[in-house]
Design a binder for this molecule. Structure first.
Ligand SMILES: [Zn+2]
Length: 387
């Protein structure tokens, strides 16, 4: 069975002048990659030296002018070579000012260069000018490319209600966008959970999985993936409780996943072994990651809280996920949040959950029945004839 990762970030350096150097300096990437050039990364790993598959990946990336960053190269390499790692990758776009994720044009080129491995997503900022027009055009381009490559993927659409500052539950404002996505049988991958913007009270509602309840009810052809399952983090929950606010994002995510056939959850960045969580999450928890002036995400506040309390998911929640019903197991899919997490994250999730969520993911993205295309859906219905 094919294993698929629905939550992959190929974040680029924030400063364009570093692109040429291919230095992995996104603050989101874990310390296996951060600050390293491709040459430095390969120098640390003998199995990658003189490796023809690595060379092929690097050549292809340079050929499409996408920086051959260490985390990008390793993720694709392990998809090809390591049966313990997901073979299919949903790489996420992210449309908001200052985003370091691939642009739409880069995304199309990535999908075309690695058609057996990468399935792309589109992103649009719902607050931006002509959002519906842009979404429609980008979806059309991705669907046409998928059709040309014959890969049979539903088109993914990435949303981040906190970073993009919009309310997914505002059906009036969002109606046209949802209608376009529904017509094309798209899969929404949306951030849920309050971790990133803990200090901004307004955002707590935008990050609530329940904001998608009416969307799931009304648009049946859409699949919705609640990333991070609302972030079931006891520290964040306790912090809000001390402010007199009850955060029920995880419970709401669970409720949505169980109630709606078209809603799924990924556990990106939430499970780890031992005391030290993986990647950036772990470094925040250990207090040894310098977020500098990234105060817009409230990280410094998070860090001071984490120094006082241990950052963890309550054992009862883990038990619930691990020992839950088969129905729940089928609805939890694999999203790594790589390269925030480490490359072997799937192993950790399998151990903790007791089943393989990456085998569920493909069902969510595999196009079934009619292959979606905008022109097909828009064609006027043929008149019915009585036999
Ligand atoms: Zn993410």
């Amino acid at each position: 069975m094919v294993q698929m990762d629905c939550h992959v970030h190929f974040a680029k350096p924030e400063h364009d002048e570093n692109v040429a150097a291919e230095r992995d300096d996104s603050p989101w990437n874990n310390s296996d990659y951060r600050g390293k050039t491709l040459a430095e990364f390969i120098a640390e790993r003998s199995e990658y030296q003189g490796n023809s598959i690595i060379d092929m990946i690097v050549q292809k990336l340079r050929g499409i002018k996408f920086p051959a960053l260490p985390h990008v190269v390793e993720k694709i390499y392990r998809a090809i070579m390591d049966p313990e790692c997901p073979q299919k990758l949903v790489v996420l776009a992210m449309d908001y000012p200052g985003s370091t994720q691939p642009t739409h044009e880069e995304m199309l080129r990535l999908v075309e260069a690695f058609p057996d491995i990468i399935t792309g997503t589109v992103s649009v900022n719902p607050n931006g000018k002509d959002a519906a027009v842009i979404l429609e055009r980008r979806l059309k381009e991705l669907i046409e490319l998928n059709g040309k490559l014959g890969n049979g993927w539903r088109p993914g659409v990435k949303f981040h209600p906190l970073a993009q500052n919009f309310d997914p539950g505002d059906l009036k404002a969002m109606e046209r966008l949802y209608r376009i996505m529904d017509e094309t049988g798209a899969v929404i991958v949306t951030h849920t959970g309050v971790f990133q913007r803990i200090i901004v009270e307004r955002d707590i509602e935008l990050a609530d999985p329940m904001r998608f309840r009416e969307v799931a009810e009304r648009y049946h052809r859409l699949n919705i993936v609640l990333s991070h399952m609302g972030t079931p983090d006891i520290v964040v929950t306790n912090w809000w409780a001390a402010q007199g606010v009850e955060v029920r994002h995880f419970q709401n995510a669970l409720d949505m996943v169980m109630r709606f056939p078209n809603v799924y959850g990924d556990m990106g960045g939430l499970l780890w072994t031992g005391d030290r969580p993986a990647g950036v999450y772990g470094e925040i928890a250990m207090g040894d990651y310098d977020f500098g002036d990234r105060a817009q995400f409230g990280f410094s506040r998070v860090r001071s809280i984490l120094e006082e309390e241990k950052y963890s998911i309550p054992g009862s929640i883990l038990r619930l996920l691990g020992l839950g019903s088969n129905q729940l197991h089928e609805k939890l899919i694999y999203g790594s949040d790589f390269a925030v997490t480490r490359i072997d994250d799937l192993k950790r999730q399998k151990e903790k959950l007791g089943f393989n969520p990456a085998e569920n993911t493909e069902r969510v993205f595999r196009a079934t029945r009619r292959a979606a295309s905008l022109s097909q859906v828009r064609a006027p219905p043929r008149p019915l004839r009585c036999a």
